[in-house]
Design a protein around this ligand. Structure first.
Ligand code: WT7
Length: 646
């Protein structure tokens, strides 16, 4: 157990300073959530019509109606992120950006960011984007990605950022599902001196679907691309004669701010919808509280805006809090494994937020990449995205933090909008591997598979009992799927899909997904998405994909294949072909690590695949397969156990 050093506590104005505060604040958020959250939102957020209503609806009634927060209030989230800061600190750096090359640095003040967003808001309006329209953003990590998001929000349009690693097919699926009419992209992305053909990929996507009227293209590398007359327009051209002031469109609190697609255990990715009022309140509150944000902090989250972490903790939370938020275009290994720490030294970063997969990869490169740099500016270190193993945690704490910093292991999801279980710096005593305690407003509960609630120290399915402002409101275009996905496993509660152990102190230890979602280097993917692609191949009769523990990536991907022709065995050609299909269909981050040809899947007599067996074998833990007596053909287990993986 690590108690936070006093040095870290000096100067903190956090509403939670110690565990007594934590108990008091958490209790008040539970006993009277409306008063609690109305108080928080009126303090942290600029409302044009301040809300008087708190929560309407409850999880048990979600099938009929929506949960809403602050429903009688009116605002535009970007006013809190931009306009109001012009009155107090217009020249403060809003976005501190470092490009692919370390000497490519831009500091954009709140005044500048405000004008950039206003100009682009006017530009979007000029091409006919209006209230409620959907806009796809497919860009690298450049400040204009944040400008594009904020400009959409400012005019009441709904952005849907697609991570730059996704394929044309994935973009096309998102265009179709959201019925977007505009795509904002750039010529090429730049990562580790490698060029990523973003515009070409958009061209391919847009050709295969209908509905896209305009593609706006930011020039980043000047690489050669083709511009389609009448459809494509350069960012700099469209902005040229635009006014740099723009009156934000005021929307009701529950107006959608964005859609972000995320993978589930079945079917196509789900478009999670977040709304102006609740989302901006929750991200501002959690960002300020968890990281113990202080006025002059340089805050750095090195995630990508293509994921929820980038939305909540690079763009919306930090800007709502008037912070200096760092944005990073490159990779932690370019030009070498010291890049993060070099940036911490040069920019005097105080708060640094990354993923366990990056920590493990960097720890493997040795301590001297860290020790070369002066990291004395660091005060709070954060991790997110997957369980962090104690060795990686210790390395982060000792080598990066020098034993002087607090570590916040933040558990949350695309669906929760913001951090939901986490230490609060510097109040919560931390232990490596535990996300510790729920945030104010969050009441966790553990259930067993039979639907019984577990009391005291226990391990089970992680659920959340009551709505909080940041919860996703629906799945775009499919509320029924929303209800079925999250509220049917344990009726009346939000089921996270994660397993969790709660210890004697009430601390939470996330054990990972218990559904068919895998987490590879912090990238969330559905095993069903892989399977759907693999069975398209003419040689494959059936396939089952599972995750297995991977030293660096957290999880790796293993595919079990049943060949149409039983005499056909594994070949490198087959593996290459299947991986190419996954890459083309999902994106560059979707790769099968191991293939395993087996004679048949372990199916029950009712035809259900017993995935547990495949998972256990892939994990290298076949000793305890549990009850296999319901299998239609128990002999396949022997074949699976003896099959080789390539
Ligand atoms: C899943 C959500 C939250 C932003 C990034 C991922 C896993 C997330 C932790 C953590 C253990 C974690 C869970 C969760 N996860 N944070 N601190 N400890 N596991 O968002 O892509 O929606 O994935 O990531 O399994 O369900 P996401």
């Amino acid at each position: 157990m690590h108690i936070v050093p006093d040095r870290v506590k000096q100067g903190s104005t956090n509403i939670i300073q110690n565990m007594d505060d934590w108990r008091r604040v958490h209790l008040s958020s539970m006993s009277d959530p409306d008063t609690f959250w109305l108080g928080i939102t009126n303090e942290l957020i600029d409302w044009q019509t301040p809300p008087t209503e708190g929560l309407v609806g409850a999880f048990h009634s979600i099938a009929d109606n929506q949960v809403s927060w602050f429903a009688d209030g009116k605002l535009n989230a970007t006013i809190s992120c931009l306009d109001r800061h012009l009155l107090t600190h217009p020249e403060k750096t809003a976005i501190l950006w470092e490009g692919d090359e370390p000497d490519d640095v831009r500091a954009i003040s709140y005044r500048q960011l405000h004008s950039d967003v206003c100009r682009f808001s006017n530009a979007l309006s000029s091409i006919g984007v209006g209230l409620g329209d959907r806009v796809i953003i497919y860009m690298g990590m450049v400040p204009e990605a944040a400008v594009a998001m904020l400009a959409c929000a400012r005019i009441g349009a709904i952005h849907s950022v697609v991570f730059g690693g996704f394929s044309a097919e994935s973009i096309a699926n998102r265009i179709e599902d959201s019925r977007a009419k505009v795509v904002i992209t750039m010529d090429e992305g730049l990562r580790g001196s490698r060029k990523i053909p973003l515009k070409n990929t958009v061209d391919e996507a847009v050709q295969s679907v209908s509905g896209i009227e305009t593609v706006v293209v930011l020039k980043r590398t000047g690489g050669e691309i083709s511009m389609t007359e009448g459809r494509d327009i350069w960012w700099h051209d469209i902005c040229q004669n635009m006014d740099d002031s723009h009156e934000a469109v005021i929307v009701p609190a529950e107006h959608p701010l964005f859609i972000l697609y995320t993978s589930g255990s079945t079917g196509k990715p789900k478009g999670e919808v977040h709304v102006h009022g609740g989302y901006i309140t929750y991200t501002a509150f959690t960002h300020k509280t968890v990281f113990d944000l202080r006025e002059d902090d340089v805050y750095a989250c090195v995630a990508d805006v293509g994921w929820i972490t980038g939305h909540s903790y690079i763009v919306y939370g930090p800007l709502a809090n008037g912070a200096t938020t760092f944005m990073f275009e490159s990779t932690p290994l370019y030009p070498d494994a010291g890049r993060y720490w070099d940036m911490v030294e040069r920019h005097k970063i105080n708060i640094f937020y990354t993923a366990p997969t990056a920590i493990r990869a960097l720890a493997a490169k040795g301590d001297n990449f860290v020790e070369k740099y002066d990291l004395s500016s660091l005060r709070v270190l954060g991790t997110v995205g997957e369980p962090i193993n104690p060795e990686a945690w210790d390395w982060y704490y000792d080598v990066v933090g020098g034993g002087r910093c607090t570590i916040v292991d933040t558990w949350w999801q695309t669906e929760t909008g913001g951090i939901s279980i986490s230490p609060i710096a510097p109040a919560t005593p931390v232990i490596g591997g535990s996300a510790t305690l729920p945030m104010p407003g969050i009441s966790t509960a553990l259930y067993n598979a039979e639907g019984q609630r577990l009391i005291g120290p226990a391990e089970g399915l992680l659920c959340i009992e009551h709505p909080w402002p940041g919860i996703t409101r629906t799945i775009w275009g499919d509320h029924e799927r929303f209800v079925n996905t999250y509220f049917s496993t344990i009726p009346g509660l939000y089921f996270t899909g994660d397993g969790c152990r709660r210890d004697e102190m009430g601390y939470h230890w996330i054990t990972g997904r218990v559904d068919d979602v895998i987490n590879v280097s912090g990238h969330r993917m559905g095993t069903a998405e892989f399977e759907a692609i693999i069975i398209e191949d003419e040689a494959i009769a059936e396939a089952a994909v599972v995750g297995f523990p991977h030293e660096i990536k957290g999880q790796g991907v293993q595919a079990y294949l049943i060949m149409k022709n039983p005499s056909e065995t594994y070949s490198e050609d087959l593996a290459k072909r299947l991986n190419l299909m996954c890459r083309k269909s999902i994106g560059a981050h979707a790769k099968v690590d191991y293939f395993c040809v087996i004679p048949g899947l372990p199916k029950t007599r009712s035809g259900k695949v017993m995935r547990r067996i495949l998972r256990k074998v892939a994990e290298g833990d076949p000793s305890n397969l549990g009850d296999i007596s319901t299998l239609a053909d128990p002999s396949v287990v022997e074949a699976i156990l003896t099959s080789k993986r390539y």
